[in-house]
Every structure is written in structure tokens, then in C-alpha cells.
Design a protein around this ligand. Structure first.
Ligand SMILES: NC(=O)c1ccc[n+]([C@@H]2O[C@H](COP(=O)([O-])OP(=O)(O)OC[C@H]3O[C@@H](n4cnc5c(N)ncnc54)[C@H](O)[C@@H]3O)[C@@H](O)[C@H]2O)c1
Length: 258
């Protein structure tokens, strides 16, 4: 799908990988973006930066179906269509299964991570797919493209990442059934599993943890640059033969247990 003048919805679009993707879509691809995020100040700043004609911010908690419905309605009013959806809203919230005393930790943390990273992602994806289905197919028969953000933790989650890893393997598990279901509608679904990218989520980590993570990168031995992620999103949207798959974007990194 050609991105020029297309409408790209980006959850988590006010920060990190989502914001970098929004900038890339507008500046490199001539697309327009709708940012769904809980961070009002950062969302407003992004719209100011990208221009009111090119960007819309919708204050949205992706765990609230009503918020997502409201956001999609606002996007349809402003732009009239949705062509692509990049689902980058996510939280890490590490926690061990057993606490220091060997007692089972509260299940609430596990539920919260699944709720944002998996159920929230599903909600935005489903609501966007509904609107994509209304598009006239392009010359290749395409109506829309979904890119879901997974993580290397889907395969090699570290200690404390049971919720995060479970949420991200759930994201990968959506690829094939969704691609199969949406095929007849001209909508493709893929995911990207990033390794380590220098975003606020990662910058918030203890410097020692960060150094340990960089040491696990095989080559190049550095964090990913956010445009390397954004251009992969563009590739997945533009390449009509990419469907139902994931890309591990991680410098051959295999996460160790801690
Ligand atoms: N940065 C990395 O190295 C890395 C690695 C693997 C996977 N990821 C994944 O990439 C995605 C983006 O991460 P990032 O590094 O850009 O993080 P980030 O913290 O910079 O951005 C995440 C954004 O999601 C938003 N968000 C969180 N909960 C939300 C909710 N309930 N509703 C709406 N918005 C919400 C936050 O406000 C924030 O703007 C996440 O899904 C993360 O799990 C990141």
C-alpha cells in the first residue's frame, strides 16, 4: 500500500517508537497520522510539531473500549478513513511470579500488562479493521494494513517478564488468524519484535541493566535507532506480499535470563 496521503493510526504515538513512526510517516511518506495515547502533553506537542493538517491526537486509554471508539470516531470525522494501524502502546511492569518470601505475587500486575499490551492492542486493531473494510480497494486490492508491536521477550523473556513475554507472544499469535480472517477484506497483519531501542521505556531502566542489555546485542553492538523501527513499519505497510508474519528487529540479540 502506498502511504502517500494515507491515514495511519498509531497507538502509543506520543512517545518512543510510536512517535518516531508518526514523524517518519508524515515526513518521509507524506501520510497523515492519528496518535492514540494517554500522555496528553506529549500528544499535543507531537501535533504541534507535525502540523494540525497532518496529525490528530486522541487522548485514549487503549484498555477502554469506549475511549477507542471515541478516538476512531474523531479520526473518521477529521480524516474520513483509516488505512494503516501501528499498535505500539505498551507497558513493561516487570514482576517476579514469586516474591522474596516465595509467596505468589499479586495477579493484578499480570492482568494489567495483558490488558494494555494484548487486549488494548486487540481492541484498537479490531476497531481500525472495521473502518479499513469500508475503504475502496487500491490497485492491488488492498484496503488496510496492521502492524502490531511485539518484543524479543515473546521468545526469550527475562526473569520478571512473564506478563510482558506472555502479552507479546499473544501479539504474535494474532498474526495468522487475523491475516486469514481479513484476507478477503484486503487487510494484512504483521508484527515487529524489536530488540532494544533507545526510547523513554528503555532509558528509564537502571544504567547497569541497559549496559547488560547492550552487551547481549550481537551485531551491531548498540541499541536500535528509532528510524530503523519506523522504516520497518513503512516496509510492512508498503510491501503487499508481507502478511501474517513477524520480523525480529534486534541485531541478532538473544536475551539472557537477566
Ligand atoms: N524500546 C524498546 O527497546 C522496545 C523493545 C521491545 C518492544 N518494545 C515495544 O514497543 C512499544 C513501544 O515502546 P516504547 O519503547 O516506544 O515505549 P514508550 O514508553 O516510549 O512509549 C509507549 C507509549 O505507550 C503509551 N501507553 C502506555 N499505556 C497506554 C494505554 N493504556 N493507552 C494508551 N497509551 C498507552 C505511553 O503513554 C507511551 O506514550 C511497546 O509495545 C513496547 O513493549 C519496545
Amino acid at each position: 500500500m502506498n502511504l502517500e496521503n494515507k491515514i495511519v493510526v498509531i497507538s502509543g504515538g506520543a512517545s518512543g517508537l510510536g512517535l518516531a513512526t508518526a514523524r517518519y510517516m508524515v515526513r518521509q511518506k507524506g501520510a497523515k497520522v492519528a496518535l492514540l495515547d494517554m500522555n496528553q502533553d506529549a500528544g499535543a506537542a507531537a501535533v504541534e510539531e507535525l502540523g494540525d493538517d497532518n496529525a490528530l491526537f486522541c487522548l485514549t486509554d487503549v484498555t477502554s473500549e469506549a475511549d477507542v471508539d471515541k478516538a476512531v470516531e474523531a479520526i473518521m470525522v477529521k480524516f474520513g478513513a483509516i488505512h494503516a494501524d501501528v499498535n505500539a502502546a505498551g507497558i513493561v511492569a516487570p514482576a517476579k511470579i514469586l516474591d522474596r518470601d516465595g509467596k505468589a505475587s499479586s495477579v493484578e500486575n499480570f492482568k494489567a500488562v495483558i490488558n494494555v499490551n494484548l487486549i488494548g492492542l486487540y481492541t484498537v486493531m479490531a476497531k481500525c479493521a472495521e473502518k479499513m473494510s469500508l475503504n475502496e480497494p487500491d490497485e492491488k486490492g488492498e484496503r488496510g494494513v496492521i502492524v502490531n508491536v511485539s518484543s524479543g521477550a515473546a521468545w526469550e523473556g527475562q526473569i520478571g517478564q512473564s506478563a510482558y513475554g506472555a502479552s507479546k507472544s499473544g501479539v504474535n499469535g494474532i498474526n495468522i488468524p487475523a491475516a486469514r480472517e481479513f484476507g478477503a477484506r484486503g487487510i494484512r497483519v504483521n508484527s515487529i519484535a524489536p530488540g532494544m531501542f533507545a526510547t523513554p521505556m528503555v532509558n528509564a531502566l537502571d544504567p547497569k541493566v541497559k549496559d547488560a542489555l547492550i552487551a547481549m546485542c550481537e551485531a551491531p553492538k548498540r541499541m536500535g535507532e528509532v528510524d530503523e523501527f519506523a522504516s520497518t513499519c513503512a516496509f510492512l505497510i508498503e510491501n503487499s506480499y508481507m502478511n501474517g508474519r513477524y520480523i525480529r528487529l534486534d541485531a541478532a540479540t538473544i536475551l539472557q535470563s537477566k
